[in-house]
Write a protein that binds this ligand. Structure first.
Ligand SMILES: [Mg+2]
Length: 409
């Protein structure tokens, strides 16, 4: 068996997605997600100009060998563009192997370790009443765990608050990346955030009681000592996790945070390889691995990092916003179902337009996800639907402080 075609498909049904489709000489197809929000065309070029020609005539069954060949033969290792491209190939080969075997991928990874994958949803509000409405709405949808994001008095637009207006005047809703030729500018004040957030969690706990698992995303904006202070301030509200409390390129920074708080920590959505997690896992500086199949090199390395994390009782909390396509999302659902150390899965759902392009077997029932039992990933790419949505340039926003300094977004 050999690969005879490698197509790079770019579509924009409410946001941009890059998909790799491989076809074998028997006509079996496999899909992989190569979406890198705001830098989509760089990965499309990496795939079509430098990877697709290398895949023709290769044996699609040799997943590990192909992964190692693409990783090591490039000489220039790691980075989000390279690893998203390799991820797409890895997923597509697992998809093909599953279809040939007649089995969903989780069966090839060892079979199901649970009946369903607990998910958390994104509740947010510009004030306490609208936040409570959003939490109730998510509970009505079946979610049993809730991420809480809120506006901060004095700041115009804050990451993760769906109903607020962006600088462009558009609602945030599902996707913070604004379409256009230049990123939107937002503002930020960490001291205002640190003062306000604990009051929000106090109000939420008073309204919804002690049992509801609550999460929060700090979105890389704090210094280590600020993150330690926030973790400590939130301890009375018993968070399921505090996410991305610092920009974790500096893994050692988490030692300081860890020394000061028992609030569980989740990190890693912008990481690309196991090396980005090495210190965090070995020194037990985090509780949840936030990697996404799409930006971490695919199914194969995601399974490996979780096996490493399992030795330290660290669980999964894979990144699952709308910029992980339904293909990448399915890939990590298969991993999550198979591994023992599953934690929780972020799940926002996709737009109706996206769901017409990517036809899926995934289900969400009573707060639990399941990838379905179709052979392979369980996702079909509808070319006719995709043609209605050509690529549109879009960028994630960026932050400036009151004095004009660029800050982490
Ligand atoms: Mg996040």
């Amino acid at each position: 068996m050999r690969i005879v075609q490698a197509e790079v498909l770019v579509t924009s049904p409410s946001r941009n997605f890059v998909t790799l489709r491989l076809t074998t000489d028997d006509g079996v197809t496999g899909l992989g997600d190569a979406t890198l929000n705001g830098r989509e065309l760089a990965v499309a070029s990496y795939l079509s100009d430098h990877v697709a020609p290398l895949l023709i005539d290769r044996d699609p069954h040799r997943i590990e060998d192909t992964w190692q060949f693409l990783y090591r033969s490039a000489y220039w290792r790691r980075g989000p563009v390279t690893m998203a491209a390799i991820a797409a190939v890895d997923m597509a080969l697992w998809d093909i192997k599953g279809k040939i075997a007649g089995l969903p991928i989780y069966q090839l990874l060892g079979g199901a370790s649970r009946t369903g994958l607990r998910a958390y949803g994104h509740a947010s509000g510009t004030d306490i009443p609208s936040l409570f409405d959003s939490i109730r709405h998510h509970l009505d949808l079946g979610y049993q765990s809730i991420r809480v994001q809120t506006s901060i008095p004095g700041i115009k637009a804050v990451y993760g608050v769906a109903s607020q207006k962006q600088s462009s005047g558009q609602r945030y809703d599902y996707e913070p990346a604004g379409r256009g030729a230049y990123p939107q500018e937002e503002d930020w004040d960490t001291r205002a955030y640190l003062r306000h957030l604990p009051t929000v969690f106090e109000a939420v706990r008073n309204e919804f009681g002690p049992e509801l698992p609550l999460l929060h995303d700090g979105h890389h904006r704090m210094t280590p000592i600020q993150a330690a202070k926030l973790g400590q301030a939130l301890e009375p509200y018993d968070l399921y996790w505090l996410e991305d409390c610092t920009p974790a390129e500096n893994q050692e920074a988490l030692r300081l945070v860890r020394q000061h708080t028992t609030t569980p920590l989740a990190i890693g959505e912008v990481f690309n390889t196991v090396y980005d997690f090495q210190t965090l896992i070995k020194e037990q500086l985090i509780d949840y691995v936030r990697a996404a199949s799409t930006h971490f090199g695919g199914i194969s390395p995601l399974k490996k990092v979780m096996d490493y994390a399992a030795q330290y009782q660290i669980k999964s909390g894979f990144h699952g916003p709308t910029d992980i396509s339904p293909v990448g999302f399915a890939a990590q659902l298969h991993v999550g179902l198979a591994i023992h150390n599953y934690g929780i899965q972020e799940f926002m759902g996709q737009s109706d337009a996206t769901n017409t392009v990517f036809e899926q077997h995934m289900t969400f029932t009573d707060g639990y996800l399941h990838p379905g039992d179709a052979p392979g990933l369980g996702v079909h790419y509808n070319d006719d639907a995709a043609q209605h949505y050509p690529y549109q340039q879009a960028y994630l926003p960026f932050n400036r402080l009151a004095d004009g300094t660029v800050h982490d977004w």
